[in-house]
Structures are given as structure tokens and as C-alpha cells.
Ligand binder design. Sequence first.
Ligand SMILES: C[S@@+](CC[C@H](N)C(=O)[O-])C[C@H]1O[C@@H](n2cnc3c(N)ncnc32)[C@H](O)[C@@H]1O
Length: 253
Amino acid sequence: MDRTDQTTHFGFRDVPLENKQQLVDSVFHSVASRYDLMNDLMSGGLHRVWKDIMVNALDPPKGDRPFALIDVAGGTGDVAFRIVAAGGAGTRATVVDVNPDMLAVGRERAAERGLDAAVAFVEGNAETLPVPDRRYDACSIAFGIRNVPRVERALAEAFRVLKMGGRFACLEFSSVDVPGLDTLYELYSFNLIPALGRAVVGDAEPYRYLVESIRRFPKPDAFAAMLRAAGFRRVSYRRMSGGIVALHSGWRL
Ligand SMILES: C[S@@+](CC[C@H](N)C(=O)[O-])C[C@H]1O[C@@H](n2cnc3c(N)ncnc32)[C@H](O)[C@@H]1O
């Protein structure tokens, strides 16, 4: 049972647990219309490569065989579009996100791509996914888990909605472990990213939160232990780009 006096992190601030979601929602409300552009600018396009690596790992079938993905905290649909493009005619994706502004951008993008039938957008919380047990072949979450107030609940939900033999993949920012690159990355993160946010979105604060939340997120070994505690097996992770991001994987077996 959660006690109402529990606290958690919102970036570098400690906030009451029950306030975090509202604060996170206001961040994504203010960046939604420029979210995709900012992703490209901040990562120099690298987020596309990281997402493609996750999609390759999930390996949707190329033929007609049905394959259902749930992309949690899927925002504007980037991962879902990539899965559908990589898979065959039987591949479908459901994007679940708590923020209607991000979903609205996603629905527009799906319509532009003619993907309305293959990708569904559903408003819902990662901690209480609005879908039945054992429905999906794969569950992904990209750059979303650190925003969720109760990470353990989101992992339990990911496990619940996977079929037996289903795979969970989670892409998240991690900790840079290359000497020299770590200093550059710190300078870039704490100075250039908020400045870019001010220039493009008109507000540096959401991007300050982004950078701070990355620093507060558990290290890969600790996160892998959380996956095991949620019931996942064959848990592993792979660092990419000098540790800027990590791709975590686990199976429901
Ligand atoms: C950094 S964006 C990532 C979007 C997308 N996965 C991508 O990689 O482009 C984080 C997303 O998490 C969503 N989010 C935050 N808390 C959530 C929660 N409790 N349940 C579901 N989605 C959540 C936000 O609304 C936002 O769309």
C-alpha cells in the first residue's frame, strides 16, 4: 500500500509521490507539438538508431503471422511506426500513453502515414494498463519508464500483459562510462539541452527536468534487478553510444 507521505524524484527535486505524475504531464503537455523535432535536435538523430536497434531486437515476423506489440509511454508513436514498418502484414501496435497531447500528435502522424489501422492510440497509465492479461507478443517502452512514478508497478503491468514467451524491451538513458565523453556529455546535457529547449519550445524547464531525471534513474544493473523482481527471465542489457542509452530486455517464460 502506498502511503501518501511517500516522496519520489522529479528531476533533482524530491516531491510527494502522488504529485509526480501531474508534474510529468505538464512537461509533456508543453513539449508535445515540438517533441519529435526536439528529439532529432537533441540526439543529432541518434534516437532513430537506438529505436531501430530495439525494433530489430523485438524482431516482428515478416509474413502474415499475427504479432501484437504494446508500446507503453509510446507518446507520438515513433516505436509503433517502426515496428509496423519492420514487420509483415500481421503486425499491429497499440500505443498507450497517459498524455492526450502526445497521443493527438501520434494520431495525426499515423493518419499521414496511412497507419490508422495498424497502430491504435490509447490513453492510459503504465501503472494500470487498460488491457487484458497475456494479450501481447511484445511490450516496449522507450524513454518512458523514468517518468513513471511507481516503476515497479509499470514493470508488473508489462509482465501481466505479455503472453507466455513474450518479450519486454526497454530503452532508457543510462550513464556514460567513457572517460572524456562523460565530461562532454555533462556539459552538453546541463547547458546546451536546456538552451535548445528555450530556443525551440520557448521554455528550458522541461528539458532541465529531462536531464535531471536521466541522472536520477537507476544504473543498468539495478534496473535489471528490478526486471527480475517483476518476474522477467533471461534479463540482459546492452549499453549503446558509450552508455548514453541502455537497451534492457527480459522474457515472460
Ligand atoms: C520521453 S517521452 C517518450 C515517447 C516515446 N516513447 C518516444 O520514445 O519517442 C515519455 C512519454 O512517457 C509518457 N508518460 C509519462 N508518464 C506516464 C505514465 N505513467 N504512463 C504512461 N505514459 C507515461 C509521457 O506522456 C510521454 O509521452
